[in-house]
Structure formats: structure tokens, C-alpha cells
Design a protein. Structure first.
Length: 395
């Protein structure tokens, strides 16, 4: 069936209902949904060049860009379908063909309870100043975790929260806090310009989509040093690699000073990865939580090796936790299998030791069921475990 606006919207609705994280559309190929971490083919017609151009015409609002669509090589943006969902859009060209990758963002801002996040994150909600880093690989749920923390602040504190995003993902409604959301391109020309201006816009809290370069980090540290609470994301896997990544963005002659400043202005970091649940119905977030306290500061400043950070993290129960400690809790709560836990462990031997001598269990939240993509009536058999997924787009 030829793709039109209505059919495209049905595809977005289906993705939203089924908890799809990403949609992959490529000229000459079938659509794919990423579900529970894996890509699944949709039982629909292969997408033609005309289909791809039709979708571009729906999701790209800038008429000047559309005029040059035949030579367009890449494009970043967002698209909103009513109150159903938003998608973060990347259009690219490969081997002369068009592709569109969309990250699906639900309209409901997730809560920390919805995501099953550890109670230790309440420290980050209550933080008054400093730099907070949420880290993980692409697709690890950084945006959702950050949004849930901001929403908790929004509901409980009287603050001005200023966000700088590329693009805006979750749409917040001001509750106790006032929230100003700015999007790269439509509201500001660059992260650097927006950050420079932010310090003159009376913010209590600044949220940055991503710390991409030395100048952005420099301004973020300055904001944290002058009494603001600053949140940002970094594509790193744990606390030591996060410190190394930030420091490495600066020239060698500046790195010692950056370490010292970080040791003083960093509030903490949250590093995470998504793991398949034991029942196979979803994914659960495993987190390393680091709060910058005595012991941690010496590791960041360079007085102690960065690897010694884990000694303090694992000893400070309640406020901090290592990945392996959280994996132990998830396994004991029957949320993940032993094979998944030991496969994700930073140190399999530490994980097995934690099983014997680890901390208290933590109640987990049951994962939501996935609605079959082709479901029409209650009781219809799920297609969820098949190699291909059905997508009902017929009239």
C-alpha cells in the first residue's frame, strides 16, 4: 500500500501503543520497529522512494529544506502527532537512498516510579547546586531518567528550570516550577549561545541535552560554580570514563585545572544501561550512582586513582551504588536472569560475591505487557514473538 499521511500516522500510533523505542524506515526496504532492544520487521509493503518523500513532506516543516529534498544528505528535527507522541527525527542518505530513523517519545512525562528508579536518586531531586551528569550509550534511557528527575523537581520545588534541547523531547507543563524549554534551531542557533544567555535568564536549574565540547562543558561548570544546578548527558558508560571523557576534551595544559574544578562543582553522576527482564516482556534500567563526596573528590582531582572511586561507591550504601550492586538487587528481586546479570557485570567475580554478601533486596516494579501490533480485539493472539510484526494499516 502506498504511504500517505494517514498511513504514516497509523504507524506512529502503533509504535506508541507497543512501547517501540525507534522506527527505522529505509527506501526499498520494509519498516522495522525496535522493541525491547531488538529490531523487528513489520509485515507491510517495502517503502518506495515516493513513500519516503511523502513521509519527509509530513515530518519536515521547513519548506526551504523540502525544496532541496532530492539533494538532502542529513536532517535533524522533531514531529508531534497530536497528544499521542513526539518523535525525534533523523533523515539521512545512504548509497543514494533515503532513510529516516525516529526515536519515539511518549507525551506523558515518565515518573521515577514509572521507570522503577532507585530511591537513591532522591538526592539528585533535592540537590540545590552543582553539575549532575546522566550517562550511558545511545538508547540506554538517559532522556527518560533525566525527564523523570526534572518532573519530580517540577512537582515539588519552586524553581525556574531552563532547558536547552536538540530537539525538545518531553513536553513539560509548569507545576510548582516554571519551565522554559528552548530548542536548537527554532529558539537558538547553538548550545553555546543558549548557555551564554542562560546565565542572564534567572534560572535556578539548567538542563542541557548533551555536553558535546569543551566550551559547553566550560560554561556548564561556570554555571554550577556560581550556584546553579546543571543537568547534562554524556555518552559514557560509568563514572570514571565520564571524568576521563570530560577532561580529555581540554588541552593537556588545562586538564589539571579541569579536574580540580570538576572535583569541586560536580554533584554526581548516574550511569545506566537497559537490560532484558526475566519474563521477556520489557527492559529494566541498571544504574551506577555516584555522589561527589570525600574520597570521590580525591579521585576526580587526581590525588587518588580514578579506579579507587568504586571503593567509596560500594561502601556508601543508600546514597550510592555500583552497577554490580544494582545487578545483584535486580537478580534477587527476580527482575533479570542470572545469565543477563553476570553478562552485564563490570566484574563477574564481584557480582557473585555480592550475591553472597550484598545489601538488602529492593522491591522492583513489574514490567508492562506489550500490546500486539496487529491487535484489534481483546483476546486476539499476540504476534510479539514472531520474526515479523503485523501492522494493520488497511482502510
Amino acid at each position: 500500500m502506498a504511504m500517505d499521511k494517514e498511513t504514516f500516522h497509523k504507524l506512529l500510533k502503533s509504535a506508541t501503543v507497543n512501547g517501540v523505542s525507534d522506527i527505522h524506515l529505509r527506501e526499498g526496504e520494509f519498516p522495522y520497529f525496535r522493541m525491547k532492544g531488538g529490531l523487528k520487521k513489520i509485515k507491510a509493503s517495502a517503502l518506495t522512494k515516493e513513500d519516503m518523500l511523502t513521509i519527509c513532506g509530513v515530518i519536515i516543516q521547513d519548506k526551504e529544506i523540502l525544496k532541496g529534498i532530492e539533494t538532502l544528505k542529513e536532517y535533524d528535527g522533531s514531529y508531534q502527532l497530536g497528544k499521542i507522541c513526539r518523535v525525534r527525527v533523523n533523515v539521512l542518505r545512504f548509497q543514494g537512498r533515503l532513510a529516516i530513523i525516529m526515536r519515539v517519545i511518549t507525551m506523558q512525562v515518565p515518573t521515577m516510579k514509572d521507570l522503577g528508579l532507585p530511591a537513591a536518586l532522591s538526592n539528585f531531586v533535592q540537590a540545590q547546586r552543582g553539575l549532575v551528569l546522566v550517562t550511558g550509550v545511545t538508547g540506554s534511557g538517559k532522556s527518560s531518567t533525566l525527564a523523570s528527575i526534572i518532573q519530580e523537581i517540577n512537582l515539588t520545588r519552586e524553581e525556574h528550570i531552563l532547558t536547552i534541547e536538540d530537539p525538545v523531547e518531553f513536553i513539560f507543563s509548569s507545576e510548582k516550577s516554571r519551565i522554559t524549554q528552548r530548542e536548537l534551531g527554532s529558539d537558538t542557533d547553538s548550545f553555546k549561545d543558549a548557555l551564554r544567555g542562560a546565565l542572564r535568564q534567572d534560572p535556578d536549574i539548567i538542563v542541557i541535552g548533551e555536553l558535546r565540547d569543551a566550551e559547553t562543558i566550560q560554561i556548564s561548570m561556570k554555571a554550577a560554580e556560581t550556584g546553579h544546578l546543571v543537568f547534562g548527558t554524556v555518552h559514557t558508560t560509568n563514572a570514571p570514563s565520564t571524568i576521563n571523557r570530560i577532561v580529555s576534551m581540554f588541552p593537556p595544559e588545562e586538564q589539571d585545572n579541569v579536574k580540580l574544578r570538576l572535583s569541586e562543582c560536580l554533584f554526581g553522576s548516574i550511569s545506566q544501561r537497559l537490560l532484558p527482564t526475566k519474563d521477556g516482556k520489557g527492559r529494566v534500567c541498571a544504574q551506577e550512582i555516584m555522589v561527589n563526596k570525600v574520597g570521590i573528590q580525591d579521585c576526580i582531582s587526581g590525588k587518588e586513582p580514578l579506579s579507587n572511586m568504586y571503593i567509596t561507591i560500594e561502601k556508601t550504601k543508600g546514597e550510592m551504588q555500583s552497577f554490580d550492586q544494582h545487578l545483584t538487587k535486580l537478580y534477587k528481586n527476580d527482575e533479570i536472569s542470572f545469565d543477563v546479570a553476570i553478562g552485564a557485570a563490570s566484574s563477574p567475580s564481584n557480582f557473585e560475591r555480592n550475591l553472597q554478601f550484598g545489601g538488602e533486596d529492593e522491591d522492583g516494579e513489574e514490567s508492562e505487557n506489550v500490546t500486539p501490533i496487529n491487535s484489534k480485539e481483546e483476546g486476539e493472539e499476540s504476534k510479539d514473538d514472531s520474526d515479523e510484526l503485523s501492522l494493520d494499516v488497511a482502510e
